[in-house]
Design a protein around this ligand. Structure first.
Ligand SMILES: *Cc1c(COP(=O)(O)O)cnc(C)c1O
Length: 387
């Protein structure tokens, strides 16, 4: 084993040290973090559902009726009518044959890719795909081929070189650190012409993108495309699902190890997610409000000469360069009571350290005004020569 004390020192010297903020309130726009109320631009609770009273009420009611723990895995006695109903409602929402619940999005990717790929499979992934998709390919012992971010032509070249061999394309729908959106139609076309399955992990798109909140594949998803979604982000709850053709789902039931060898979600969590799904379907105003805040932030940031990217999603990176600069900017913001995460290596490529602003439907224009004001001062301050 490596010398951990030395390795930990090295992390600190390289500005790679990570520490946890201690949350002592509910996850909301102004949470109490490290004992202090701050204005947060760091949560994935895009629609403000994590504290929605109707969801909480259903959750508590279901816990009283069905207990706290599910007590078993799905294939033993843990598969509850609450899970089953949620799977059916998700399938109806997304217009696919079946869905399958997993405990987390991370586990959904491990289970799905592990069930579909093996030693002889090449898994093609965007260079910026989520850690869980990379780990999934590694765990499946597949060959991992990564192509440049959004570079469909590079993927095409790889596929042409491997015609007739077993393959699988896996991509984020919305890329979690950049807020960019995968070119779904082009990827589907390639998947079709080379007869390989396409997995779209739309953790940040489900509930957020599309007129109806079906995510980045809304309006263009073909039956063959396999969708992964989480219930922990826009749904404001916990858990995840795979949505696909019935035979693929059944194969996951039979073979996905992270589905089989783990305790099922508590039934009350499934009930909370059902309520969240109903609200996502019935209250499109939350989505509209969210996108309005994104547009407002981008407009203000541009006017303030902040280095915004092309992202149109609630993930709005401000790329600052090295880890130290990003970290200092984040600290300067916190001094003024604003929480924005600095994202560093290895989560993002070297020299692309950034502040990652995430917007929620529950932010107001005055919250955003405050952010822009402090950002403008902090970013120029962190760029100054310390001498
Ligand atoms: C957050 C995220 C996951 C993990 O989902 P969890 O339910 O939090 O485990 C998977 N993929 C992507 C792209 C994500 O952003």
């Amino acid at each position: 084993m490596k010398n951990l004390a030395a390795a930990l020192d090295e992390l600190q010297e390289d500005h790679q040290w990570r520490s946890r903020n201690l949350l002592s309130s509910a996850q909301q726009i102004e949470p109490v973090i490290n004992g202090r109320k701050v204005l947060s631009f760091c949560s994935n609770d895009y629609l403000g559902l994590a504290c929605e009273p109707r969801i909480i009420e259903r959750y508590v009611e279901a816990a009283k009726t069905f207990g706290v723990g599910s007590g078993a895995s799905h294939l033993i006695t843990g598969h509850h009518a609450c899970h089953h109903a949620l799977e059916e409602e998700l399938a109806d929402f997304l217009g696919c044959e079946r869905t399958l619940l997993f405990s987390t999005g991370y586990m959904a990717n491990l289970g799905l890719v592990g069930a579909l790929a093996g030693r002889d499979t090449t898994v093609y992934q965007d260079r910026l795909s989520h850690a869980s998709l990379i780990d999934a390919a590694v765990l499946a012992r597949a060959h991992l081929k990564r192509y440049d971010h959004l570079a469909v032509d590079a993927l095409h070249r790889h596929l042409r070189k491997n015609v007739g061999k077993d393959g699988l394309i896996a991509t984020d729908g919305v890329f979690s650190m950049d807020g960019t959106v995968a070119p779904i139609e082009a990827l589907q076309k390639l998947a079709d012409s080379f007869s390989v399955p396409l997995v779209v992990d739309d953790a940040h798109g489900i509930g957020v993108l599309g007129e109806e909140g079906k995510g980045c594949t809304e309006g263009c998803r073909r039956d063959e495309t396999i969708l992964v979604g989480t219930l922990g982000k826009a749904f404001g709850v916990f858990g995840a699902f795979v949505a696909a053709r019935a035979d693929i789902i059944e194969w996951c039931v039979q073979r996905a190890r992270s589905y089989i060898y783990t305790t099922a979600l508590p039934p009350s969590v499934a009930e909370a997610a059902r309520t969240a799904l109903a609200l996502i379907r019935e209250e499109p105003g939350r989505r509209a409000k969210l996108l309005e805040q994104v547009a407002y932030f981008r407009q203000c940031a541009r006017e303030a000469d902040l280095p915004v990217t092309a992202s149109r999603t609630p993930i709005q990176p401000i790329v600052l360069g090295d880890s130290k600069t990003a970290l200092e900017a984040s600290r300067a913001l916190l001094e003024e009571g604003i929480l924005v995460q600095a994202i560093r290596e290895p989560t993002v490529p070297k020299h692309q350290a950034r502040l990652r602003v995430t917007l929620c439907a529950t932010h107001t224009r005055s919250h955003i005004d405050r952010l822009i004001d402090v950002l403008t001062r902090s970013c120029s301050r962190s760029g100054e020569d310390p001498s």
